[in-house]
Design a protein. Structure first.
Length: 575
């Protein structure tokens, strides 16, 4: 029997949501693009009252934080409704969600259901409903492991009507594809945020068994497949798994693929007739840049061997694969320079690789290419201008921008991100579903990224729709605003250096499926934290270490009374 968490009940009751209407919408209504939740607009659009006094610089920072709190609140609420909408569509016997709500309603698969949708249901629950996260989300993981493991731990399509395999006969290459996609697009981002969990154990098991069954002979050793996308998935996953586990096997496997593409006869721009840069094509580019980070620190002889062919690849993309604004074509022919007319929404993913190589090598042209693309967005690349016209195309373009402005700040992009996010949100239906396919998960992933940007990584436990937290950074100091419409008691959790704590990475380079660290507290460093009511009462200031802030700062909120927080790292005495 399906269990409903107590927190799920509490958040619904907190604002007296129209449950009957929501239930009717979830019963199968398709909804229409536009405002799905008009009853929430009063909360999200609320503006502070006018003041006759000029605002001080600090007051302006807190007002910005309060505005950002409402945007973050909307983002997380929409994720909550997405989660509920898809749970309502789960197969009643297995609890697994279908690939989509159209022609593929009868089955769960690794490359779509597991890779693109389910993980962001997990992430949503982890942020706002811990009971659901530890309950039904974990049950789904255990169920898919039990029902879909067809060769060792490798996943295959499971048919709800057949109660068995959708595909007959068994196809090894398809199963490797499913498993690799599940790893890179689903389990890697979960591990980026959560660290070691049963989901990271699933990731390790899948990668181990993919390589166990590697059967394609190359001059550099056996590789699992010749499929470009899958090898890109494995380059990224193995590069990160090496750091996560400390197991040299993962780096050696990634090097085998690096040799195949950079030192052999499969160089992406020298040997291949066409290079696809949008989804399903750019993974190798980013995978090679992630491998480059690892060999630069562990195997410098490989860095020296890879440097020129990797630079040749990136230089060819800059020369022939982008328009004058730096936007990338969906594909191009390296030899002739001919290119597709469409622009890829995944431009930011590719440029993350450029920035990574700049971090390693200091190649200024790669850093400048990132800045040029970011500086071209505002007012020019608005709406569904990408080859992918779905909400997923908007999500990918927003995610790319958020990833890049963390390492290459550009204030001109902020308004663009806000506008594109609201356009993406407009696709959500009243039942919480977005477009009814596995790409809906990208809506939630990007909304969470957006919320964490608006809060500088802060989040509250327990979450409620009316509890709002937002933050801005100014010269290394965090200015946060918290408010609630009914009494709330809980913890304000600060972000931490997850690239190190969760993945053990040597540096926080931009990468696909990363969650940027906007204000990450170091566990042993002291921080001065001041709490002030908006009515000007004397602030309460205490010193906490980062470990305490990451575990949660205990707070109480009075209805309708804003609480303001400043947090600043305390410099060592030697400074």
């Amino acid at each position: 029997m399906m269990k409903i968490s107590s927190l799920t009940i509490r958040w619904a009751m907190a604002l007296m949501l129209p449950l009957a209407a929501a239930a009717a919408a979830n019963s199968g209504a398709t909804g229409a693009p536009g405002e799905a939740f008009p009853e929430m607009r009063a909360l999200w659009d609320r503006q502070p009252g006018p003041s006759s006094e000029p605002a001080s610089p600090q007051e302006q920072l807190f007002r910005r934080a309060e505005s950002q709190a409402r945007s973050a609140s909307e983002a997380l609420y929409r994720c909550r409704r997405y989660l509920d909408g898809w749970l309502a569509e789960a197969d009643p016997e297995t609890g697994l969600i279908p690939r989509n709500l159209r022609e593929s309603r009868d089955f769960w698969n690794g490359r779509d259901s597991a890779a693109d949708n389910y993980p962001f249901m997990v992430l949503t629950a982890a942020l706002i409903d811990p009971a659901l996260y530890q309950g039904r989300m974990l049950d789904m993981l255990r169920t898919e492991q039990r029902l879909t493991a067809r060769l060792d731990r490798l996943t295959d399509d499971y048919s709800f009507s057949k109660r068995g395999w959708r595909r007959e006969p068994f196809l090894l290459d398809a199963t490797i594809f499913d498993s690799a996609e599940y790893v890179k697009d689903g389990l890697v981002p979960l591990t980026e945020w959560l660290g070691p969990t049963p989901w990271s154990e699933r990731m390790i098991g899948l990668v181990d068994d993919i390589w166990k069954h590697a059967a394609v002979q190359t001059p550099f050793g056996k590789i699992p497949t010749e499929v470009f996308e899958v090898n890109g998935d494995l380059l990224q996953a193995c590069s990160r798994l090496f750091w996560l586990t400390g197991d040299r096997r993962y780096l050696d496997w990634a090097i085998r693929l690096g040799d195949y593409y950079l030192l052999g006869s499969h160089h992406p721009t020298r040997d291949l007739p066409s290079l696809r840069l949008m989804d399903h094509g750019g993974e190798v580019v980013n995978g090679l840049t992630e491998l480059y980070v690892a060999v630069a620190r562990i195997a410098p002889e490989k860095q020296r061997a890879y440097a020129q062919p990797l630079h040749d690849l990136l230089d060819c993309i800059l020369e022939k694969g982008r328009n004058p604004d730096g936007m990338l074509y969906t594909s191009f022919q390296p030899r002739t320079g001919e290119h597709a007319a469409g622009l890829c929404d995944t431009w930011g993913y590719i440029y993350a690789g450029f920035h990574t190589v700049w971090v390693v090598d200091g190649t200024a042209a790669y850093r400048d290419a990132v800045r040029h693309a970011l500086g071209s967005l505002d007012g020019k690349y608005e709406g569904r201008c990408w080859a992918d016209k779905a909400a997923d195309g908007l999500a990918d373009s927003i995610e790319g921008a958020l990833n890049l402005i963390h390492c290459a700040p550009d204030d001109s992009v902020h308004g663009w991100i806000d506008r594109q996010t609201r356009l993406m949100w407009a696709a959500q239906q009243t039942n919480g579903i977005i477009e009814g396919w596995h790409g809906d998960g990208n809506f939630a992933r990007t909304s969470i990224l957006y919320a964490l940007w608006k809060t500088a990584g802060l989040h509250v436990d327990p979450w409620r729709p009316d509890v709002r937290v937002g933050a801005v950074l100014d010269q290394g100091v965090l200015y946060a605003s918290l408010a609630a419409d009914s009494p709330w008691r809980g913890n304000l959790r600060f972000d931490r250096p997850r690239h190190r704590d969760c993945l053990r990475l040597p540096l926080d380079y931009p990468r696909i499926n990363r969650f940027p660290e906007w204000f990450a507290v170091e566990k042993d460093r002291p921080y001065s934290v001041a709490l002030t009511a908006a009515d000007g009462r004397r602030p309460r200031t205490r010193v906490y270490d980062g470990r305490q802030l990451a575990a949660g700062l205990p707070l109480e909120l009075e209805p309708g009374r804003e609480l303001r927080i400043t947090c600043a790292p305390i410099p060592p005495l030697s400074q």
